[in-house]
Design a protein around this ligand. Structure first.
Ligand SMILES: [Fe+2]
Length: 158
């Protein structure tokens, strides 16, 4: 029992102390919103699916904004790497915006919407894994503990 409890805490920190933890938790929250929208679409409930998709889209756009306006520029300053990983991730964000718009258009037909949401989830998942395993840990390592804490507090506020 106790080890299960520890596992829960490990996968979902109550108080994120690193950028990686904060952004990973946010990725999980975003995934849950998408799963809820996909469930409603699969059940054929268009009104519910659209409301849930709107919540998903809003949260995902906030997440992307935090990365593009705050985390990627800071990554470039601290690591001295200005192209490379962040330019690939920015291109993926562009692709993501395009697929989001396509999914919104697919909402006229529930089976097509459910399928579009599944594709979107796969794409976002692969993108997020790269951020969680590579980019955010690299950024965390460049920050002093007090800087990390201040940045996490700012992410929570924004
Ligand atoms: Fe991203």
């Amino acid at each position: 029992m106790q080890s299960e409890f520890r596992m829960d805490l490990g996968s979902c920190p109550l108080n994120p102390v690193t950028v990686t933890e904060y952004m990973s938790e946010d990725h999980q929250a975003i995934d849950r919103l998408l799963a809820a929208a996909a469930r409603a679409a699969s059940a054929g409930d268009r009104a519910d699916a659209e409301v849930k998709f709107a919540a998903y889209e809003e949260r995902l756009k906030r997440h992307v904004r935090l990365e593009e306006e705050l985390l990627f520029p800071l990554f470039a300053v601290r690591t001295g790497i200005s192209g490379g990983p962040t330019s690939v991730l920015r291109e993926e964000h562009e692709e993501l915006r395009r697929v989001l718009a396509e999914a919104r258009e697919a909402a006229a037909s529930m089976p097509a919407f459910a399928e579009a949401l599944t594709g979107l989830g796969r794409m976002v998942g692969e993108h997020c894994v790269r951020e969680e395993r590579v980019l955010f840990p690299m950024l965390d390592r460049q920050l002093l503990p007090n800087e990390r804490a201040a940045l996490v507090a700012r992410l929570e506020r924004e």
